[in-house]
Design a binder for this molecule. Structure first.
Ligand code: ADP
Length: 553
């Protein structure tokens, strides 16, 4: 069996010899073939152009003076057809002008006839080497350009995903960053849920495909396999690696790559790229690098969330302990008083006069009331927080509301000067009078509790365009600006020893806020110019359904 000594077909170089000297053509063809070149010959310019039309030549050896064509013109036309061609010009006469002319027209070299075959061979080799270097340089430039593009893309993605700690926003930012480069492709991101990979972001997908990819089973399909095995897959119709999901194939997608989203050994989900062309928008490596950037950002956000919720849990735990300590202290104080007086009364060896007996029983009665109120407050707070506060609302004149609590207000301000100032002609309010009364009592009770004896406490009512406003102001210790929002949180008490020394649970104002909000209103506090606080709550004006209420208000 003859051994094929010729180079492999792809690496064989094709050479076109153009000369009207048929003897020269024959000899040179033999020499070049022996060197492994594929050689075609053309004795005329026309035949040379025909051959160049049929095949891509690497080099042409061209006689400058052909009977039917001007050598330099023919050279230009050949170069038009294949710009990478290496042209070597031949001439019978030494002519500097011809040489310069042909070199100016793109010739690689200029040889004088008769040509020494070995010289011709060496020039051809040099020309082809130069051509190889040019091609290689082009390839390297292209490669550099490509990797620049990939680096820019990755940089854009990594900058975009670093801007947030919210997984949804991170995914949206990554997709936004990809769009300018890969907008003509469809991309989806599915994150791991219970047995499913749930669609967490996409672009370019139709509603039908979105529905199909909304919850991809972990156990099935290309995406499932990538998630389970942590290896990228490039799927194409009939490919052994995996089939394109029917929903995508049905819409003309011909190429589908899925890369895993993993970070720190955690499997987070998958990222899919679908293309209607038979090739991917980028190499699988680049897609995996994009997915890697995204994975790190998602994992960081998860870790941050976990750390935050652990911190929140710790805070909640601390709050709960504080609350328990506070509540048990509050419950214990009246119980201790009741127990003390009751034990004294039970002593058989002591006799008390009627006055002392009376004092003991009053103390027991008051402390029992305090205890009952505390328990009521806690139960009420629970109802408010569950959204289960029932309101028995009706239309009332503002004055009627205030008068419904005259007695408790008077009792609470025995050691203060209470002034009540209700503006005339106020609109009625549509309220549960008992609850709003409780809120007013609470605010006045606080005013008395946190103000020195003998100071003024003012309860006023007025209105603006669409709200009725109740205000309770005092000349007490006031509330530092940074605590003014917090005092409405349950169990919050201003961390001031003077405040902490007063009895209190920190529930009163949060109950007030719950009641006011249940009426569609809002409550706030501000400082008074000369010290002291001013609490205001606003209620929507009731419709003018009750004329009588409006008049008496
Ligand atoms: P309590 O009075 O039982 O502590 P509240 O919820 O009624 O609970 O009030 C919460 C906190 O707001 C109080 O502990 C106190 O620090 C502050 N506060 C409330 N009302 C006043 C007021 N009129 N003047 C100064 N501080 C007040």
């Amino acid at each position: 069996m003859p051994v094929d000594v010729m180079p492999a077909r792809e690496t064989r170089k094709h050479i076109l010899l153009v000369d009207d000297d048929r003897g020269f053509l024959e000899v040179t063809q033999i020499i070049l073939r022996r060197e492994g070149y594929d050689v075609a010959t053309a004795p005329t310019g026309r035949e040379a152009l025909d051959s160049a039309g049929e095949k891509d030549f690497n080099a042409v050896v061209l006689d400058i003076s052909l009977p039917d064509a001007d050598g330099t013109e023919l050279l230009s036309r050949l170069l038009e057809k294949s710009p990478a061609l290496v042209p070597i010009m031949l001439t019978g006469r030494s002519s500097v002008r011809n040489a310069i002319d042909s070199l100016n027209h793109g010739a690689f070299a200029y040889l004088e006839k008769p040509v020494e075959p070995r010289h011709l061979l060496s020039v051809i080799k040099q020309g082809l080497e130069k051509q190889r270097l040019i091609v290689e340089r082009g390839r390297l430039l292209e490669e550099l350009e490509r990797s620049n593009r990939e680096t820019r893309l990755l940089l854009r993605v990594s900058r975009a995903v670093a801007r947030s700690l919210n997984p949804e926003r991170i995914i949206a930012a990554a997709l936004d960053a990809l769009q300018p480069d890969m907008g003509e492709y469809a991309i989806h991101v599915n994150l791991a849920g219970d047995n499913y990979l749930k669609l967490a972001g996409q672009y370019g997908l139709s509603d039908m495909v979105k529905t199909a990819l909304n919850a991809v089973p972990v156990e099935a399909g290309v995406a499932g396999a990538v998630f389970r095995n942590g290896l990228s897959i490039e799927a194409a119709p009939g490919s052994e690696d995996g089939e394109i999901p029917p929903a995508l194939a049905g819409e003309g997608y011909r190429c589908y790559a899925v890369v895993p989203l993993t970070a720190g050994g955690e499997r987070l989900g998958v990222m899919g790229f679908a293309s209607r062309l038979p090739v991917l928008p980028r190499t699988l490596d680049t897609l995996a690098a994009v997915a890697h950037e995204l994975s790190i950002a998602i994992r960081n956000s998860q870790l941050y969330e976990e750390a935050s919720s652990a911190r929140a849990l710790r805070e909640l735990d601390a709050m709960r302990s504080k609350l328990l300590a506070n509540v048990s202290h509050q419950l214990r104080a009246p119980l201790a008083v009741i127990k003390g007086y009751a034990s004294s009364l039970l002593q058989t060896d002591v006799t008390f006069d009627i006055k002392t007996l009376q004092e003991f029983l009053v103390a027991i009665d008051q402390e029992a009331d305090r205890l009952a109120r505390l328990i009521d407050e806690m139960l009420l707070m629970c109802r408010i927080e569950k959204g289960a506060l029932e309101l028995r609302r009706d239309y009332y004149a503002v004055r009627t509301v205030v008068e419904s609590v005259t007695e408790p207000l008077a009792n609470l301000t025995l050691r203060h000067r209470l002034c009540v100032d209700i503006a005339p002609g106020l609109a009625p309010v549509y309220v549960d009078i008992k609850r709003i009364g409780e809120a007013l009592v609470n605010l006045v009770e606080n005013a008395a509790k946190y103000s020195p004896e003998g100071t003024d406490i003012c309860l006023a009512a007025g209105q603006d365009a669409d709200r009725v406003v109740f205000t309770v102001s005092d000349q007490g210790c006031g509330i530092p600006p940074e605590c003014r929002e917090k005092v409405f949180e349950r169990f919050y008490r201003v961390p001031d020893p003077a405040v902490q020394a007063r009895p209190g649970t920190g529930l009163g104002l949060s109950i007030c806020r719950g009641i006011v909000r249940a009426h569609g209103g809002e409550i706030s506090v501000r400082g008074q110019p000369g010290g002291g606080s001013e609490f205001s709550f606003f209620l929507p004006r009731g419709e003018q359904r009750s004329r009588e209420a409006a008049w008496t208000g």
